[in-house]
Write a protein that binds this ligand. Structure first.
Ligand code: FAD
Ligand code: UDP
Length: 409
């Protein structure tokens, strides 16, 4: 008998597994239908020995000291400030749009006051700011909106920015200074030895069993457990009873280039023209020394693995119907980006998972994060062990299935 069956070994599932096993001594079976832990943050060394992110660039940033300190128990960090250039009018210019962007794009030499006046002169006031178009034209006007946002957003989401909630483009600020970092959070860093190593440490506990290549539907009926924590898509859990919740997918095209450096920035965005939205060069993110370099192109897709909930009113309405079903299931906790249909970053998912853990054990999030494991020993580096879950499948006469494989790419 397991205390918890956790579906999904991404941030949401792994944080909960770690807390429940380490602090409360609960027995946990965590399964993932993929052949690795880490969810979308999974990274690995490719055949050329370059550390790459299988599901696109993952940069850790947060303003939450609790979240940062919590994760710091499982990894050391490499300080890293993310930078992005946008390919616009034949030039590579900084995004978020800032003083340097405007000066380079228009061949000007404005100062911070002058660029503020410039934005004031070109902006189209929108009141209220409701859509992703409103956000950008309200800040920088139509011309910059067309150059940097409209095409990228149409490609990424298959929708016009006017059809998306303000929260989508509001992720990218506008600045009047020369700060050309992509994020301005207090903590910005990459796990020193990669995300997968961090997940291995989180899950390294005798009370945590891991099953990979394992869809929970194949085992849920045959395994005894008290409660479930579900981090997959919420509509799938309820067999699409109210129809499919739209998610946006991506196709990743990875390449190794036989040169030390491929491009002049960690990420280059392509708002117009190309079928892909951006190219990432991983060595900037990881700091790895290597005579070759690894890059990934992202091609947005309507079909495929669900990567992005699509923030717009009709989807929120449909999600509320699934949420009502989820709330009624007292035996299942729904956590994570897919199960709560939220366009959340990694740190927000960690915070959400800590909040859920806190609710389970009757603590506030801060306390839930801070509480140390009974043994209080820092985790040591290990690889994920192959978990053979002892269970008897009556139908197949005791054959153990599905197999749990070691982490691989
Ligand atoms: P996931 O990581 O999706 O984990 C859910 C797991 O559940 C998956 O592994 C899945 O296989 C498993 N699962 C689903 N259904 C089943 C089933 N039936 N049975 C068994 N297992 C199942 N965030 C940042 O903070 N910074 C970034 O730079 C960043 N970049 C991103 C780039 C891209 C391209 C994408 C797509 C996301 C990015 N994110 C970034 C967001 C980040 O990936 C998520 O916030 C985070 O990974 C969500 O964790 P999760 O555990 O909720 O979900
Ligand atoms: N965006 C854009 N142009 C850019 C960068 C971002 O139009 O150069 C818009 C686009 O709609 C994108 C959203 O802003 O989906 C959020 O960007 P972010 O880089 O945060 O996306 P993510 O990393 O989550 O894919």
């Amino acid at each position: 008998m397991f205390d918890y069956l956790i579906v999904g070994a991404g941030f949401a599932g792994s944080v909960l597994a770690e807390r429940l096993a380490n602090v409360d001594g609960k027995s946990v079976l965590i399964c993932d239908k993929r052949n690795h832990i880490g969810g979308n943050a999974y990274d690995y060394y490719n055949e050329d020995g370059i550390l790459i992110h299988k599901y696109g660039p993952h940069i850790f940033h947060t303003n939450s000291a609790d979240v940062f300190e919590y994760l710091s128990r499982f990894t050391d960090w490499r300080e890293y400030q993310h930078k992005v250039l946008a390919d616009v009018d034949g030039m590579k210019v900084p995004i978020p749009i800032n003083l340097n962007t405007i000066n380079k794009l228009y061949g000007l030499n404005l100062n911070a006051h002058e660029v503020k006046d410039f934005f004031e002169s070109v902006r189209e006031k929108r009141e209220p700011v409701r859509t992703s178009e409103d956000v950008v034209v309200n800040a920088v006007g139509r011309e910059l909106y067309e150059k940097f946002f409209r095409g990228y957003t149409q490609k990424q989401w298959g929708l016009d920015p006017s059809e998306l909630d303000a929260s989508v483009t509001a992720r990218v600020p506008t600045r009047t200074n020369r700060d050309d970092r992509y994020f301005s959070d207090h903590y910005q860093a990459m796990p020193k030895h990669g995300y997968t190593k961090m997940f291995e440490k989180m899950l390294d506990h005798p009370k945590i069993k891991i099953m990979l290549n394992c869809d929970y539907r194949d085992i849920a009926k045959e395994i005894d457990y008290r409660e479930m924590i579900y981090t997959g898509p919420v509509d799938a859990f309820f067999d699409y009873r109210y129809g499919k919740l739209p998610y946006r997918s991506l196709e990743f095209k990875h390449e190794t280039i036989d040169a030390e450096v491929y491009q002049e920035a960690p990420v280059v965005n392509y708002p117009n023209g190309q079928a892909y939205t951006r190219i990432t060069e991983f060595k900037y993110l990881t700091g790895q020394d290597h005579k070759k370099t690894g890059i990934v192109y992202e091609f947005p897709r309507a079909e495929g693995d669900p990567y992005y909930p699509i923030p717009r009113p009709e989807n929120a309405e449909l999600y509320q119907k699934y949420r009502a079903l989820a709330d009624a299931r007292k035996d299942v906790h729904f956590v994570g980006r897919l199960a709560t249909y939220k366009y959340y970053n990694m740190d927000q998912i960690v915070a959400q998972a800590l909040t859920v853990y806190g609710k389970i054990v009757g603590l506030k999030r801060k306390e839930a994060a801070a509480i140390r494991m009974a043994s209080a020993t820092p985790a040591t580096a290990t690889t994920v062990t192959t978990a053979t879950v002892p269970y008897t499948n009556g139908k197949t006469n005791g054959t153990s299935r599905p197999t749990a494989n070691a982490v691989s790419n």
